[in-house]
Design a protein around this ligand. Sequence first.
Ligand SMILES: NC(=O)c1ccc[n+]([C@@H]2O[C@H](COP(=O)([O-])OP(=O)(O)OC[C@H]3O[C@@H](n4cnc5c(N)ncnc54)[C@H](O)[C@@H]3O)[C@@H](O)[C@H]2O)c1
Ligand SMILES: O=c1ccn([C@@H]2O[C@H](COP(=O)(O)OP(=O)(O)O[C@H]3O[C@H](CO)[C@@H](O)[C@H](O)[C@H]3O)[C@@H](O)[C@H]2O)c(=O)[nH]1
Length: 437
Amino acid sequence: MRVSVIGCGYLGAVHAAAMADLGHDVIAVDVDAEKIATLRAGLPPFFEPGLPEILSTSLASGRLNFTTEMADVAGATVHFIAVGTPQSDASGAADLRFVDAALDALIPHLGPQDIVVGKSTVPVGTAERLAERLLTAGSTATLVWNPEFLREGFAVKDTLAPDRLVFGVAQGTGHDAALRALHEVYATAIAGGVPVVETDLATAELVKTAANAFLATKISFINAMSEIAEATGANVTELADAIGYDTRIGRRFLNAGVGFGGGCLPKDIRAFSARAEELGLGDSVAFLGEVDAINLRQRQRVIERVLTEGGGAETGLTVAVLGLAFKPHSDDVRDSPALDVALGLVAAGATVVAYDPEAMGAAQKRFPELVVAKNVDQALLGADIAVLVTEWPEFVELDPRRVGDLMTHKRIVDARNVLNPAQWRAEGFHYSSLGRP
Ligand SMILES: NC(=O)c1ccc[n+]([C@@H]2O[C@H](COP(=O)([O-])OP(=O)(O)OC[C@H]3O[C@@H](n4cnc5c(N)ncnc54)[C@H](O)[C@@H]3O)[C@@H](O)[C@H]2O)c1
Ligand SMILES: O=c1ccn([C@@H]2O[C@H](COP(=O)(O)OP(=O)(O)O[C@H]3O[C@H](CO)[C@@H](O)[C@H](O)[C@H]3O)[C@@H](O)[C@H]2O)c(=O)[nH]1
């Protein structure tokens, strides 16, 4: 099939390369000329395991092309919209200007039977509004919603073999043809047994928002438990293991620590709350405000812990911050708890030296004043205290004896609860984590 992908960020670039990898002819469009030039050269503009490989094989096969010209999508019959939907303002509502602009730019190039597939995460009701926009512009193309559930760090695998596919299609003319087109696009995954949920536009939009709200709630739930555990001498990791054995609960997404960040969960729960307010249903999802508050409190909790354990910023405290990305296997620092902790410690007067295996470029682009080290040893050298905020394998596997030799004082705050307390204490470390004695 000939498909276009509009927006070549974390979602779009991976989706375009994966579609080409599956054998489709793909034209991928972005307004960012620098990003397009990088992608054309076979270089992903961000770190994502497996992407360089499928990007270069797809480019070499001639099935994947990048452009800044929307007119180049002519000839494609299925068009994926994968542009950003960032948080717009303090209300938390999603900024839909990029989605609207992408559709408006696409409309003049659409054929009468084309399918426009929304992949961006949007507030419920957006798809219906966009379908009306198409009609008003005189287009007979069909608009459908096919939300994306990929995780950064596993984006290629998640795109090629997702847990499920959701196809939101409105009843009426174009319904059956649109479903057939979606089944053809994803034929390989469907043949591999991936479940398909065929539904309406509103449900498809809501599935995405509800999934992220649930994941965020799970994390804040366990972080709330970690506060209780800490006050009572209980162990939140053992608690998570024990409740996680109940298959109705499940162990995944129950890791207590500095909390969730990134370009999705924080903004998506805020956008969900803002949309519910618009619908007069703010009370129905009021708990998401608490989920957000618990999450942000964790960052503050870690900053205070480092200052307390380190003896206070006024002592000329030097802190090694291990991690800047919002999670390992990603260079994304959007709403990163790790970056917030680093900046919070700087604001409190500490001297911070940070290190991350992949996210230093992205962090320094945003905060050029942030002091970064060339490697983990350099970050630790002479530090009074270390704080592990992103659980990269390189940090999880650190040898406490070697770390102790590098630091001025043997103190570590494990803000992801991933180190073995007994092992670190045996090497003379003052070890502290969240919700574990
Ligand atoms: N990042 C993820 O892991 C992920 C996963 C699932 C869903 N999503 C959702 O997908 C959407 C995109 O997220 P992202 O992380 O890829 O964002 P991003 O900011 O990395 O990428 C968005 C891209 O869209 C481009 N763009 C903006 N306006 C455009 C236009 N009019 N025409 C063409 N290109 C345009 C931008 O230049 C940018 O390259 C969001 O709605 C997000 O919530 C993201
Ligand atoms: O037990 C856990 C699990 C995760 N996290 C944190 O939660 C955040 C989000 O992690 P993850 O969900 O793995 O990353 P994303 O790539 O942001 O993916 C989420 O957001 C995407 C964009 O909407 C969705 O497509 C995915 O399904 C959804 O998992 C990160 O900061 C993690 O450190 C925890 O603190 N504890």
